[in-house]
Write a protein that binds this ligand. Structure first.
Ligand SMILES: Cc1cc2nc3c(=O)[nH]c(=O)nc-3n(C[C@H](O)[C@H](O)[C@H](O)COP(=O)(O)OP(=O)(O)OC[C@H]3O[C@@H](n4cnc5c(N)ncnc54)[C@H](O)[C@@H]3O)c2cc1C
Ligand SMILES: *[C@@H]1O[C@H](CO)[C@@H](O)[C@H](O)[C@H]1NC(C)=O
Ligand SMILES: *[C@@H]1O[C@H](CO)[C@@H](O)[C@H](O)[C@H]1NC(C)=O
Ligand SMILES: *[C@@H]1O[C@H](CO)[C@@H](O)[C@H](O)[C@H]1NC(C)=O
Ligand SMILES: *[C@@H]1O[C@H](CO)[C@@H](O)[C@H](O)[C@H]1NC(C)=O
Ligand SMILES: *[C@@H]1O[C@H](CO)[C@@H](O)[C@H](O)[C@H]1NC(C)=O
Ligand SMILES: *[C@@H]1O[C@H](CO)[C@@H](O)[C@H](O)[C@H]1NC(C)=O
Ligand SMILES: *[C@@H]1O[C@H](CO)[C@@H](O)[C@H](O)[C@H]1NC(C)=O
Ligand SMILES: *[C@@H]1O[C@H](CO)[C@@H](O)[C@H](O)[C@H]1NC(C)=O
Ligand SMILES: *[C@@H]1O[C@H](CO)[C@@H](O)[C@H](O)[C@H]1NC(C)=O
Ligand SMILES: *[C@@H]1O[C@H](CO)[C@@H](O)[C@H](O)[C@H]1NC(C)=O
Ligand SMILES: *[C@@H]1O[C@H](CO)[C@@H](O)[C@H](O)[C@H]1NC(C)=O
Ligand SMILES: *[C@@H]1O[C@H](CO)[C@@H](O)[C@H](O)[C@H]1NC(C)=O
Length: 602
């Protein structure tokens, strides 16, 4: 019975780039099709679940993805450049609300659209968070600590050790920090920039007190070295989530994928569970021809639409802040004001100029450094900490007054204090500094890793296919400005330290000394950052369906289950409650593996 119904979808699941749009007849039949698990969003986390949950041939799984198959898109597969598919059709390119505390710019928020999600368009960097950050999670009420995360993350990884010529460039590794049998290929890129620049960067970081580091994936990040990437070094292609987790298992008859299909909302059963929780019965989807269908979920619906869309699908389904839902005439199923709140991303800035080396550099600038609060503030660290600590209560009050009752100021103050204390009391990275050299340009990109301001994402139309309203509230709190200024000052100092300074045409370096003098005040630096640095989001947005106790502003519990529901989970970056160092995919692949284990056991 089940399998004969599934056959309707087999032509879809079996084809890749040749998959067809549903015929009218097939689309109509979707109304009477059912699956055990329906995953909304075929992105980075969604495809981990699709693979793991369909490993039992008796379990049927459907993935609904708004974008297309991108297996053979050269912008996606390329390894010689970073994210060529960014700003193409494979990118949602959301536009944010004007950042009123940050120069009033409306920022373009990139997020992948296609089977593989943001892993199709990202920079491929593979760096896990600091162990100290994940080890805070149990104190916030989460079930996951660093040891467990590392195990789950290694389960996902298939590390391809570097060749000797890469090791010479500093691309060494520690076996203990890698998985070798998982689906996700990682490596050091063979396309990394070569030449004397390595020694110049290395010596400059040493000169400013940052030690060399040969491994960034063991939870300890302070230092300078070469970064790992999500690439298949043998085939020389980007390793996106579909390549790692979907294409190898696409012939499973119990796994179906609908592309070019938008998930709009969860359809609820008339009957609640005995404990009063609401029960999802189907997912409402819109086919490429604009037809709406309800597909029945026999067990669960899992939201994996990313931190910008998962909370919004919940809102369209009646789960969220009742005040917001009312504005759009959506009946409230579960009042949960934390949905869409707690949005956190980082701001990327750069200081660059022309170098004077007699060559134009090509290749991927694969170098990276992480610096601590003490590196940034030196002798002023304690004063900075004291001054900031004194302001946290005010910040917390502001957050609580803006979050629609998701959590109170006491809870928020505790979260902010936890975050600040960790930076002060350890070498946990406070900023990532990326020295770059490309063609005849060189310099440093940099971003503070731990924002204190909290933004939001919410629906902005009654039409569920419309883009949501994104507001990061960048620089709402002056601590975020102070951290950006400290990172910028530090980066300028780096570029003006020998031997780096010896290869730069000083008069071309931005910001110029006319704009930001050598002894510029914080105010002058901050004005440059907000008005003319061209700062951009890092696209590591998270936190909008936070895994936390409900009274702390949580949307999901430790089983990824949405509070107040029987059978709806969120598994994607939106569950991460606090911003972390490193880059999100290494963390997320591990978290998704952990989620799959929990779901399979449930
Ligand atoms: C430009 C860019 C550069 C980055 N660089 C790096 C990097 O170098 N290293 C790193 O580790 N991380 C990087 N990141 C971050 C990282 O890629 C993401 O955090 C991560 O991939 C997010 O995974 P996710 O599963 O939460 O969401 P996604 O992978 O974005 O998946 C969400 C999926 O849901 C689909 N979807 C959304 N709404 C709907 C709907 N209504 N119906 C159906 N489908 C829907 C989307 O199309 C998408 O496929 C970068 C991100 C971007 C955008
Ligand atoms: C998805 O839509 C795009 C744009 O309309 C189209 O080119 C592509 O063929 C569709 N994909 C499938 C698998 O039908
Ligand atoms: C599914 O059924 C609904 C209601 O019966 C109908 O309006 C809709 O057009 C059907 N969907 C498709 C794709 O035919
Ligand atoms: C699948 O279900 C059938 C019939 O219920 C059962 O015989 C079989 O052992 C199951 N297989 C797995 C892998 O669970
Ligand atoms: C690749 O990117 C370029 C722009 O950078 C764009 O013109 C082209 O259409 C893209 N190709 C595909 C297959 O999306
Ligand atoms: C991490 O969690 C696991 C499982 O709960 C536990 O056994 C282990 O002791 C924890 N490790 C640390 C360092 O807390
Ligand atoms: C930097 O120099 C140290 C020796 O001091 C070396 O061990 C390391 O591999 C170098 N790193 C890079 C990235 O070149
Ligand atoms: C989906 O189910 C809901 C609730 O039963 C119903 O209101 C809606 O019309 C259905 N949509 C389709 C396309 O059948
Ligand atoms: C490097 O490229 C620039 C143009 O971007 C060109 O003007 C310059 O001559 C090139 N330098 C060398 C050494 O090739
Ligand atoms: C910071 O505060 C602590 C505790 O109140 C105090 O002992 C210390 O002197 C202060 N340091 C600075 C630099 O203000
Ligand atoms: C919602 O917007 C889409 C375009 O994004 C449009 O095709 C569709 O007709 C709209 N639906 C309704 C109900 O207005
Ligand atoms: C919300 O939508 C309106 C148009 O309906 C648009 O003008 C506004 O910019 C959107 N807001 C955000 C924050 O995206
Ligand atoms: C804030 O919320 C926490 C968690 O629910 C609660 O323990 C505390 O009493 C609340 N504080 C105030 C001042 O309401």
């Amino acid at each position: 019975m089940l399998f004969s119904r599934l056959n309707i979808l087999l032509p879809l699941s079996l084809s890749t780039t040749s998959a067809k749009i549903l015929s009218r007849q097939e689309a109509q039949q979707l109304n009477s099709t059912s699956f055990d698990y329906i995953i909304l969003g075929g992105g980075t986390a969604g495809l981990v679940l699709a693979n793991r949950l369909s490993s039992d041939p008796n379990t049927t799984v459907l993935v609904v993805e708004a974008g297309d198959f991108e297996r053979n898109n050269p912008n996606v597969t390329a390894t010689t450049a970073l994210g060529l598919a960014k700003n193409t059709d494979v990118d949602w390119q959301y536009v944010s609300a004007p950042q009123i505390y940050g120069g009033n710019h409306s920022l373009i928020w990139s997020a992948g659209k296609g089977l593989g999600g943001s892993s199709l368009i990202n920079g491929m960097t593979y760096i896990r968070p600091a162990s100290s950050q994940i080890d805070l999670w149990p104190s916030l009420g989460l079930d996951l600590n660093w040891t467990e995360l590392l195990t789950a993350s290694k389960k996902s990884e298939h590390f391809q050790p570097p060749s000797a010529d890469l090791t010479v460039l500093g691309a060494a590794y520690q076996s203990i920090a890698h998985g070798f049998t998982g689906p996700l290929d990682t490596c050091y890129s063979k396309h990394i920039t070569r030449g004397t620049i390595h020694q110049i960067f290395n010596d400059t970081f040493k000169a400013v007190g940052i030690p060399p580091r040969h491994e960034f994936n063991d939870g300890d990040l302070r230092g300078y070295g070469v970064q790992a990437v999500t690439q298949d070094s043998k085939a020389d292609v980007r390793e996106d989530a579909a390549r790692a987790y979907y294409y190898p298992v696409m012939s499973r008859p119990n796994l179906a994928v609908l592309v070019n299909t938008t998930a709009t909302r969860i359809v609820w059963s008339q009957q609640n569970a005995p404990d009063g929780s609401v029960v999802a019965s189907a997912a409402e989807i819109i086919s490429p021809t604009g037809k709406t269908s309800n597909i029945t979920a026999k067990r669960e619906i899992i939201l994996s639409a990313g931190a910008i869309r998962s909370p919004v699908i919940l809102e369209y389904s009646g789960i969220g802040n009742p005040k917001i839902l009312k504005t759009y005439s959506i009946p409230v199923k579960v009042p949960l004001p934390a949905v869409g709140e707690n949005f956190q991303d980082q701001t990327v800035m750069a200081a660059t100029g022309l170098h004077t080396l007699p060559r134009n550099y090509t290749g991927l600038p694969g170098f990276v450094a992480h610096v601590s609060l003490h590196d940034l503030f030196g002798a002023e660290t304690a004063a900075f900490y004291n001054a900031t600590a004194a302001k946290l209560r005010g910040y917390a009050k502001t957050i609580a007054s803006q979050n629609g009752g998701a959590s109170n100021a006491t809870v928020q103050e505790h979260l902010l204090k936890t975050q600040l204390d960790l930076l002060y009391k350890s070498n946990t990275p406070t900023a990532e500094i990326v020295p770059v050299v490309l063609l005849n340009f060189a310099g440093a990109a940099f971003w503070p890793l731990q924002p204190f301001s909290r933004g939001s994402v919410h629906l902005n139309s009654t039409n569920a296919t419309f883009s949501p309203a994104i507001d990061a509230k960048f620089f709402q709190f002056d601590v975020d400005g102070a951290l950006a200024v400290a990172s910028a000052r530090w980066s300028r100092k780096l570029i003006f330290t020998e031997p780096f300074s010896g290869i730069m045409n000083a008069s071309t370096i931005s910001p110029s000394f006319d704009l930001v003098p050598a002894n510029a005040t914080d105010e002058v630096w901050l004005d440059w950052i907000k008005t003319s640095s061209g700062y951009a989001p890092n696209f590591h947005h998270l936190g909008t369906c936070a895994m936390l106790p409900r009274e702390s502003g949580g949307v999901v519990d430790n089983d990824f289950k949405v509070y107040g529901t029987k059978n709806v989970r969120v598994v994607d970056l939106s569950v991460i409650p606090l911003q972390v160092a490193g880059h999100s995919t290494s963390l997320l692949y591990g978290v998704a593996e952990w989620a799959a284990e929990k779901i399979l056991k449930s």
